[in-house]
Design a protein around this ligand. Structure first.
Ligand SMILES: [Fe+2]
Length: 245
């Protein structure tokens, strides 16, 4: 078992992968109380998540969404049904069947851990990253706002490239440079970066790129629609309840 931190807050941590959508689901638990959260669970990998939770002897308290996803359906509803966990969704998502509304300035507490929502719109208008300060270090779960050498698209769901630039520069690049950056996706199996690395090297957002340069990059991407968008967005607006009806 991976034990992290030296202070009173000891954390159990697993980075789990859903290969179809290259989504990372993060399992985070308080070592003292064995209470856990999952960030961005995917419905197809709920059984895997439940097995890891059981193997580690954890109790799932919350599922947390970074935003309303367009590329996969959340596992929140199935996990709630199986474990009694509470579906926590950004307030701005407006999702039905949510148990908890997340806002910046109102941390979620799980045992001795505090998970701080950071409002980071631009990929979508409801997007939040989650920051955990634990022991000597910090980890930020950046969803689709900031990815390793990239970022999420800004061409639907009220996306706005200038807003995304401000979110990343003001809320994420201002964190301590050695803060670990865990993205919502990676399509090349990379797993982790740091604030310093992305601030210095991210080819879209870092290395001194201006907001105007970033807007030009994002507006010229010409990306295909996500295959599951017409299923995923409505399902995620009800916390995935459609999948288990
Ligand atoms: Fe997304």
């Amino acid at each position: 078992m991976e034990h992290l931190g030296k202070g009173p807050s000891l954390m159990i941590f697993r980075q789990l992968v859903e290969p179809q959508s290259s989504t990372y689901t993060y399992l985070i638990a308080c070592e003292e109380t064995c209470e856990a959260v999952l960030i961005d669970p995917v419905v197809e990998t709920v059984d895997r998540d439940l097995a890891v939770i059981a193997e580690l002897g954890l109790t799932l308290r919350y599922t947390l969404e970074t935003h309303i996803h367009a590329d996969h359906v959340t596992g929140a509803a199935r996990l709630r049904r199986e474990t009694g966990s509470r579906a926590a969704v950004p307030e701005k998502s407006g999702a039905a069947h949510a148990d908890v509304s997340l806002r910046e300035g109102e941390p979620i507490h799980v045992g001795t851990l505090a998970i701080e929502p950071l409002y980071t719109p631009g990929h979508t208008d409801d997007h939040h990253a989650y920051l955990i300060r634990c022991g000597d270090g910090a980890r930020v779960f950046t969803g689709d706002a900031l990815m390793i050498d990239g970022c999420g698209r800004t061409d639907f769901q009220n996306g706005d490239p200038a807003m995304l630039y401000r979110s990343v520069h003001e809320k994420i690049f201002t964190l301590p440079p050695d803060t670990l950056v865990y993205p919502g996706h990676d399509y090349q199996q990379r797993r982790v970066s740091t604030v310093a690395q992305e601030r210095d090297r991210n080819p879209r957002l870092g290395g001194g790129k201006t907001v105007d340069e970033f807007v030009v990059i994002m507006n010229s991407l010409d990306l295909a629609r996500p295959k599951k968008m017409d299923i995923a967005v409505p399902a995620n607006r009800v916390c995935g309840e459609m999948q288990v009806a």
